[in-house]
Design a binder for this molecule. Sequence first.
Ligand code: PGA
Length: 252
Amino acid sequence: MRKNIIAGNWKMFKTRGEAINFVLQVADKVPSQDLVESVICVQAPVLRDMVKRQGDNLRVGAQNVHFKDSGAFTGEISAVLLAELGVTYVIIGHSERRAMFNETDETVNLKIKQALAYDLKPIVCVGESLDIREAGTTKEFVSAQVEKALEGVSESELEQIVFAYEPIWAIGTGKTATPEIAEETCRDIRNTIERLYSKDAAQKMRIQYGGSVKTSNIVELLAQEDIDGALIGGASLVPEDFVFMVNAGVQK
Ligand code: PGA
């Protein structure tokens, strides 16, 4: 059975004080990683503070990584440094970065390979716009994103990767995909992995749903067969809500 992974994507929210306070409030309330994995992905300047305070049950992730070891890339973050800080996960290819910071399928692929080289676990975001959904080509679009993301990634490396299916029309809009819609595309992603690798690899792959996940809808989303967790923006900023949603990920 795949273990659920519940990850908060804090985006550009919370001061250092607020972030530390959050961890102090939730650290002893989230269940053990044996039952469910819980992660918070924070702004780079507070990564060190977060890693220092993470318990055995809470892991820390970054929201971006560059694909080169070092160089003249003003404002970017290296995998070397993230690994040195003790960061576990890194979000790659979030739709906000694709839309606003020129992230492409090609850079997503390079970043995944760079993260893997430094033992950082990529949370790879894919998902369609409203236009694509309405045109009826979601399956082809998302499959192509998955295929391009994984170019040159071996089957043994796949176990380090988590996919997050995040329909762009559901992010920050309050419009959650229905459990059926979310499940359908998560299943398509699993089928794509099976086509590219093997049935075994597809069965092991963890696929999160993201887009307006909150305390009132997480249970029914996680009840879907091919949804193995959630990537949560807005609702993950509230300590009690985060703890509730992580607990919802414990498999009964
Ligand atoms: P949201 O964001 O939960 O606020 O919709 C999700 C995401 O962008 O990862």
